[in-house]
Design a protein around this ligand. Sequence first.
Ligand SMILES: *Cc1c(COP(=O)(O)O)cnc(C)c1O
Length: 402
Amino acid sequence: MANGEGFEKEFVVNMSYFPPNRALMGPGPSDVHPRILAATARPTVGHLDPWFVEFMEDLKGRLRNLFLTRNDVTLPISAPGSAGMECCFSNLVEPEDTVIVCENGVFGSRMRENVERAGGLPCMVKNDWGKPVDPEAVETAVRANPDAKILAFVHAETSTGVESDAKTLCKIAQSHDLLTIVDAVTSLGGIPVNLDEWAADAIYSGSQKCLSAPPGLSPVSFSDAAMEKTKNRKSKVRSWFLDLNLLTGYWQGQGGRSYHHTAPINALYGLHESLVMVEEEGLENSWSRHQKMHGALKAGLEAMGLSLLVEPAHRLPQLNAVKVPDGVDEAAVRKFLLDRYNLEIGAGLGPLAGQIWRIGLMGYSARPERVLLCLAALEDALTSCQAKINKGVATAAAQAVL
Ligand SMILES: *Cc1c(COP(=O)(O)O)cnc(C)c1O
């Protein structure tokens, strides 16, 4: 910047940013409830303040209720879902460990990356995008790799809107003495995640999907067997920040907690408030709300003449993959929704790029006014690009479900 004029313009004047008020109906983040946003504005305390240590205990208890687990080591990682993923892999995978990785979308392929970076040997079970993980293919892979140590899969694949059968996959792993790593980033709070019933060993989620807290925190939970493996590793966990042996020094234990990193205090207030809200609503009621909003959205989309990618039995209510009608420019439609309606929906990824939209109904976004807004706005967008749809019927069809 050569002259003083430019300096003034860019750095002195108008330094505060005021983001637009979007309706967030993509693959995450979801709308953050005002109560949760307000909670993040409460006074910051020290990360070892006795008051905060009590707060941490309460938070962990609520996370256990949410995961339906008694796992002692259940805590939020101070970073987004991807860090929760990396925490699970970097602690449980030792160099040369064979890990069976199920891939049916974007996040399965990221698991592979994590295995490799931890020094492990991934053995991929590939399924078509838009289909669930096939338990028979997993059984075959497990039998073909008797020295495998871990099975990893994504419960709710956000890139396609597919749910895989976590209970069955965990059973297969257990019958062959494998540990399990489960991605529950999009499932937690939106559909049943019953950790102790599945007896999965490591699970990670995210704050910004069905919990509707701001992005940046990743709840995780580890079984005793997983902690055993982490404690008895031959080599150190390659990530210092995510090493559970160090993290638990801060998050666990009566009394003497030691500094590991400065916890994101205010973000944790937000997560806590979201857990209080889930408990107020009731976890099962939250699941059925997601299901009902999905039913309403689906009724509206189908009345309009649109169709969903995934077979009914494997559809995620909180992530709806909608087929783009022939001849429609999917990016132009998303731009129209954002510009005219302040409404964000997601695009397709990988082999589904250009073919689907991803409409999220997660957490606070899973409510009637969002469903109706989305249907009305989408109808307007499709009309403006001359797509052949049935007009004037979508919101009524959704109302009939609501
Ligand atoms: C969003 C998501 C992640 C990554 O979470 P970030 O918070 O974006 O790091 C991982 N897995 C799944 C299934 C997701 O939907």
